[in-house]
Design a binder for this molecule. Structure first.
Ligand code: ATP
Ligand code: MG
Length: 417
């Protein structure tokens, strides 16, 4: 992509009312656009990052047997009334509206009810189970606080997977598999070192659940971290009983701020009982399906990466989620030879399947470098009179800053490695 053609461009300032670092940097870098508090659009650069994160999650969910589908955002009250969750007292973030002909509708905040009800039409016997179904779908939540940029929005995509098992044991086995898949996801997006499985409360579903918390001062949660064991306890459930169960002691724990990037919940038979999702076991006895739910917000994850990995100059994308593999920058100062050389290198990168953002604009060098630092593509190639005189191009990393003059062939080799 030629940067001269790219919609959009960088901005000097984020909106005055934007207080979150992730949104400030993402707006300035041209990744997202703020529509209103807690509501953001994804621009081409931002969507590229989002899609990469989504794809990593998709691959890991498929690897544990997940099957992708999409449920609807529009929700009719019937199923929700059966579980008692249509009431605003049960779910306080509902967006509700009315049909023209009369009757209420809700915009989905989560999808246990419609999916469980849908499953009743497909599950009859033990042979139909287990099933693991997931989606990437827009959720609507009338969140009170919307001060965390894209980490807490009123409209956001969630990957939500639901497991349908024949027994508690079968459920547990999948639950642990999914926990391991989550850790792989956080590692792949570059947050492996900072993210910890965290013992948490189960809300209305069961006594306990697990959250995945990424250490950050921008986090809304407080957790007690055991660095040695790589596990943590959410402040909400930080009791002697829980510590004993986990085999850890107060003195070994640090109190830190963290961002909940994902969570997994045992649902038991709460939804299957309320909505009549049953199966006949091998002996012909009717049993309730044992359920679990597993959520990750790719947008919150993207915001978290920015919060945790950016520096004073801008964003530092990990390789696997960066919008482009390399940022090719030509510093021509009007020299046609430099332009020709940079154009040629851009073609070469394309031919080799290396996705590059090519800064072919006629701007000052300082401006180009500042933009590149803000946008945060991990690898950078600079072509200038100076590098040409030295017989190559300058290759550097956004993060470590070390630079080297290398030949064209060498540059392709190094990037592909
Ligand atoms: P929180 O405690 O932060 O409000 P939650 O416990 O309500 O989140 P879930 O409903 O289980 O979260 O959602 C699963 C995942 O979806 C979360 O771990 C998070 O990654 C993401 N998520 C939840 N709410 C939002 C939001 N308002 N904006 C963006 N992502 C969200
Ligand atoms: Mg939570």
């Amino acid at each position: 992509m030629r940067q001269s053609q790219l919609f959009t461009k960088t901005r000097k300032h984020a909106p005055k009312d934007e207080v979150a670092k992730n949104a400030q940097l993402l707006i300035r870098g041209g990744f997202i656009h703020k529509e209103m508090a807690g509501v953001y659009s994804y621009l081409p650069l931002g969507l590229r990052v989002f899609k990469r994160i989504e794809q990593i999650i998709r691959e890991e969910m498929n690897a544990i047997g997940g099957q992708e589908m999409t449920l609807t955002a529009l929700q009719s009250p019937a199923a929700w009334k059966k579980t008692g969750r249509w009431d605003d007292a049960a779910i306080d973030v509902w967006f509700k509206t009315e049909l023209k002909g009369g009757g209420e509708l809700g915009l989905g905040t989560t999808h246990e009810e419609p999916l469980t009800e849908l499953m009743t039409e497909y599950v009859e016997s033990y042979k139909d189970l287990p099933k693991y179904v997931y989606q990437f779908q827009t959720k609507f939540r009338n969140e009170m606080r919307a001060k965390s940029g894209i980490m807490r929005t009123r409209e956001f995509v969630m990957k939500d997977l639901y497991s349908f098992s024949r027994s508690e044991e079968e459920f547990r086995e999948f639950y642990e598999k999914c926990a391991a898949a989550y850790m792989k996801i956080f590692k792949r997006v570059g947050l492996g070192e900072q993210t910890f499985r965290t013992f948490a409360s189960g809300g209305s579903f069961s006594k306990f659940s697990d959250e995945f918390q990424t250490l950050s001062d921008a986090g809304e949660d407080t957790i007690h971290l055991h660095r040695g064991k790589g596990i943590a306890v959410n402040k909400e459930v930080y009791t002697d009983e829980v510590l004993a169960e986990l085999g850890i002691e107060k003195s070994e724990l640090e109190e830190v701020k963290a961002i909940e990037v994902g969570n997994i919940f045992p649902l038991g038979t709460r939804f299957s009982d309320a909505l009549g999702l049953k199966f006949k076991d091998e002996k012909g006895n009717e049993q309730s399906v044992v359920m679990g739910c597993y959520g990750i917000g790719p947008g919150r994850l993207m915001g978290t990466i920015v919060e945790v990995l950016s520096d004073e100059k801008g964003i530092v994308w990990p390789k696997e989620v960066a919008p482009f593999r390399v940022h090719l920058i030509s510093i021509s100062g009007g020299n046609a030879d430099v332009v020709a050389e940079a154009d040629r290198l851009y073609e070469l990168l394309n031919e080799n399947g290396v996705e590059a953002l090519y800064d072919d604009r006629e701007s000052r060098a300082g401006e180009k470098f500042a933009d590149a630092d803000l946008i945060g593509i991990p690898m950078r190639i600079v072509v200038s009179e100076k590098t040409m005189a030295e017989g190559g191009v300058e290759l550097s990393g956004r993060h470590n800053g070390g630079t080297a003059i290398v030949s064209e062939d060498e540059v392709i080799k190094r990037i592909r490695a």
